[in-house]
Write a protein that binds this ligand. Structure first.
Ligand code: SAM
Length: 334
């Protein structure tokens, strides 16, 4: 191995100079012996004494997911896998395409090494059913599906096998939270483990009614209420919001409807429960905003109300050409 030989007292300055000039060979270790230092270099360097020495190679620590898998998968396959990572607390959920399923264990082990999280799971189905959960297969680490996820300062405890939760909605939840004013009475019709209510009640003095049909979701929301320091108040109900809301003898300044596949079927409930000039945060899967706006307008019209659309945005892509869209509407009497 070619080395620059310098007296030990010049070792550090020379090392820095060679590194800055890109002349040092970073794959080998510097050696100090008999009052001299030996710095590995790629080529002869003018102005220095060059000698040949045996130097130890650096231990190669893989720095990235790509390096861990570069012998197994193509660069494109690795990139696709990487963008599929959902990190929820200390759990990582991966989407492994069908043609790579026979390499799931290698991929799971690499993900565990790279992310240093507690557990790696793989998606085994789409999100399905009334309670919107998916099947997961344990791949690596410790098979414990309960975790605490941190989002904008909130602590959200959940079991990834039992409840719906998507970290990809964090920006949307923050946006809604920031649009809330102190004093609002809010209904979250499909609250899950309560990311909207917890985030909002942490920073706003509000009164939130949170409903979900999934018992496990409400169990975790009740824990999350205790885990977080809240300025506002949250009351939880477990059941179908259509039935549960029959007992509400008050109206709401804001209604959050994040059940994007089916929220439109509950618009009749929402438009009846919304206060005059209240806001509906409505969500659906669509390739445009028009369909959602028409649905809001039609639901309002049927009860003698109107809606002014105050904001529309794409929350996330769900499939090519389709989006999880958010539409905010201010509802008032005609
Ligand atoms: C897409 S998840 C959204 C959860 C939460 N808002 C979030 O952002 O993480 C929809 C939730 O609606 C609940 N759900 C489905 N149908 C319902 C109904 N009829 N009444 C109340 N909750 C319902 C599911 O259990 C699920 O937790």
């Amino acid at each position: 191995m070619k080395c620059v030989k310098v007296p030990l007292r010049q070792l550090n300055d020379t090392r820095i100079k060679l590194m800055e000039e890109g002349l040092m060979n970073m794959e080998y270790r510097i050696k100090a012996e008999d009052e001299f230092g030996y710095i590995p270099v790629n080529d002869n360097v003018e102005g220095y004494e060059i000698v040949c020495m045996h130097l130890e190679p650096m231990k190669k620590v893989p720095h990235s997911f790509s390096e861990l898998l570069e012998d197994e998968l193509t660069a494109e396959e690795i990139e696709n896998l990487r963008t599929s990572f959902d990190t929820i607390g200390d759990i990582v959920i991966l989407e492994i395409p069908d043609d790579l399923v026979d390499k799931k264990q290698i991929i799971g082990d690499a993900a565990l090494k790279f992310t240093k999280r507690k557990a790696i799971y793989m998606k085994k189905s789409a999100i399905k059913g009334t309670i919107r959960i998916r099947d997961l297969e344990f791949l690596a680490g410790e098979d414990d599906s309960v975790t605490i996820h941190k989002e904008h300062g909130a602590r959200l405890k959940l079991d990834v096998r039992e409840v719906y939760f998507s970290p990809r909605l964090a920006t949307e939840r923050k946006r809604v939270m920031e649009s809330v004013s102190d004093g609002e009475k809010i209904l979250d019709m499909f609250c899950g483990i309560g990311p909207f209510p917890i985030l909002i009640a942490r920073s706003k003095n509000v009164d939130i009614t949170a409903v979900d049909i999934n018992e496990a979701a409400i169990k975790y929301l009740n824990e999350n209420i205790k885990l977080n320091k809240l300025k506002g108040n949250i009351t939880t109900y477990c059941g179908d919001v259509r039935e549960v809301s029959e007992s509400f003898n008050f109206k709401f300044d804001r209604i959050i409807m994040n059940l994007p596949g089916l929220a439109y079927t509950f618009l009749d409930v929402a438009v009846n429960l919304i206060e005059d000039n209240g806001i509906i945060n409505y969500y659906e899967f669509s390739d445009s905003y028009e369909q959602g706006i028409k649905r809001l307008e039609s639901a309002c019209k049927q009860v003698g109300k109107q809606v002014e659309i105050t904001n529309c945005r794409k929350v996330k892509s769900t499939s090519p050409g389709e989006w999880h869209v958010a539409i905010d509407g201010k509802v008032s009497k005609l």
